[in-house]
Design a protein around this ligand. Structure first.
Ligand SMILES: Cc1ncc(COP(=O)(O)O)c(C=O)c1O
Length: 456
């Protein structure tokens, strides 16, 4: 398995050809899922005692399996939060893999971690956090949010008074599902302010004032969102920061999706107050054009994360030696062994420069504005609310929830587009609506027009 022979050389060529084709392709199809039984019928038994051979397995991948995936970078994939990794970043993902770097400790991964840190410095500079703030790349926003919540909780519990208390965090119903899920993992309670619109400092104030004595004692963190997943709404970060500072509560900003927009001059002011956060989540694999998986967690005081996450073991003692000293990413988040997943982002940033990132993010915001105008001019549809960041919520007049579902599947099955419905809270009622999220700067006005035409 580990020898070099002619078969391996041929396979290397095949893989390179596939990678070149994929990287240079501009007209890929929106793939569609098939049932596991259908895929099994197409490819048969692939894991056998003797192996089926690389060439045969690779052909199965190309002919059947690759087609059952929806490329996240398809210009008409506007569902969830899509992605659009740059070609430079994708190429360097290959380099990252073939370099076999253990990215937990400087001792083993100094070169790769150095590059990650260069990219991280740029991301931190976008936040305006004070000198000393720094972060690490994680597997995504979920892991970043968990790492931040655990850091906050451990810091809070340094005080004897709270040692045996179950923590409580406040966020809004606009927060991403991962906040609720990660609160469960960290075994902390969560209180949701009932608004999907902007969470304001005053509603946070009111929520805190209404806590009973024990709840207030248990409250250790507030999570604001810098670009909600559903609608691109940025909470009142300034007002929330003020309350958190006054109450001495950890202030976390989940900007997993919206964080890329910190680079965009047109909307940067909406994030004012983020520089007062204790921790921030930003996902380069969303709006910073990095391939999966690449999230990031940034701390105002990284030493607090180190106190919470640094792992101890006799086999790890060598990393504390003087000769091994350097930045150890494992110390600041939940994962030990990790790939240097910030490396593709570094290469792309180094290749293109940060101005190109600014322009590409601005294009996503512009596409949302363009889509908003098209919707206003189209008698079949109407905006649910003004586009925010790169999200557009709109309704097809007269449609029931099942019409949206049917429409999504129809466009998906044709290999035309992936646009999925969501729900928007209107008073006590959740209305099913359609949603665009623009990330890929290659999406065109014509793409939007064609999608809206299928709603006629
Ligand atoms: C605001 C927000 N936070 C967290 C997440 C979770 O990120 P990930 O899927 O990278 O774990 C998302 C994903 O869409 C998100 O939009």
């Amino acid at each position: 398995m580990h020898k070099i022979d002619i078969e391996l050389i041929e396979m290397t060529m095949d893989v390179m050809k596939y990678a070149i084709d994929r990287i240079s392709h501009t007209k890929q199809k929106v793939g569609k899922p098939q049932k596991a039984e259908e895929l099994k019928a197409l490819v048969g038994e692939t894991i056998t005692p003797k192996g089926i051979g690389g060439e045969y397995a690779f052909n199965l991948w190309k002919q059947h399996l690759a087609k059952a995936n929806v490329p996240v970078d398809h210009p008409r994939n506007l569902a969830f939060v899509p992605a659009a990794p740059t070609r430079a970043a994708v190429m360097f993902d290959l380099v990252t893999s073939v370099s076999s770097i253990h990215g937990a400790y400087w001792m083993e991964g100094a070169g790769g971690i150095f590059c990650e840190n260069e990219a991280m410095k740029w991301i931190v500079s976008l936040t305006g956090l004070p000198e000393g703030a720094f972060g690490v790349f994680t597997s995504g926003g979920t892991a970043a949010n968990l790492s931040a919540i655990v850091t906050a909780r451990e810091h809070w519990r340094e005080d004897e008074t709270y040692k045996r208390e179950k923590g409580l965090i406040i966020t809004s119903i606009g927060a991403h599902s991962s906040i609720k899920a990660m609160a469960k993992v960290a075994d902390v309670d969560i209180m949701l302010v009932d608004t999907e619109e902007k969470l304001t400092g005053s509603s946070l104030r009111e929520t805190i004032d209404n806590l009973n004595f024990h709840q207030r004692k248990r409250l250790f963190a507030v999570v604001a969102t810098g670009g909600t997943t559903n609608a691109g709404i940025i909470d009142d970060l300034e007002g929330i920061a003020q309350v958190c500072e006054k109450e001495n509560i950890w202030f976390h900003v989940d900007a997993a999706y919206g964080g890329g927009a910190l680079a965009a001059d047109s909307v940067r002011h909406l994030f004012n107050g983020i520089e007062r956060a204790d921790s921030i989540t930003i996902d380069p694999h969303k709006w910073m054009f990095s391939p999966y998986d690449c999230g990031a967690v940034i701390y105002k005081k990284p030493e607090l994360a180190k106190n919470a996450h640094s792992q101890q073991g006799s086999y790890l003692d060598i990393f504390k030696d003087e000769g091994a000293h350097g930045f150890n990413p494992t110390d600041y988040q939940i994962q030990l062994t990790r790939r240097v997943r910030g490396l593709p982002l570094w290469f792309s940033l180094a290749t293109h420069g940060t101005d190109k990132y600014k322009e590409s993010v601005e294009r996503g915001i512009e596409l949302a504005q363009i889509a908003g105008k098209m919707i206003e001019e189209n008698p079949n549809v109407e905006l649910v609310r003004e586009p925010s960041l790169s999200c557009v919520l709109y309704r097809r007049i007269g449609w029931k929830p099942e019409d949206y579902t049917h429409w999504t599947y129809e466009n998906h099955n044709k290999g035309f587009a992936l646009v999925t419905p969501t729900k928007w809270k209107n008073g006590d009622f959740y209305e099913t609506v359609s949603r665009f999220c623009f990330i890929n700067p290659d999406t065109t006005e014509e793409d939007i027009r064609m999608i809206l035409d299928t709603m006629a």
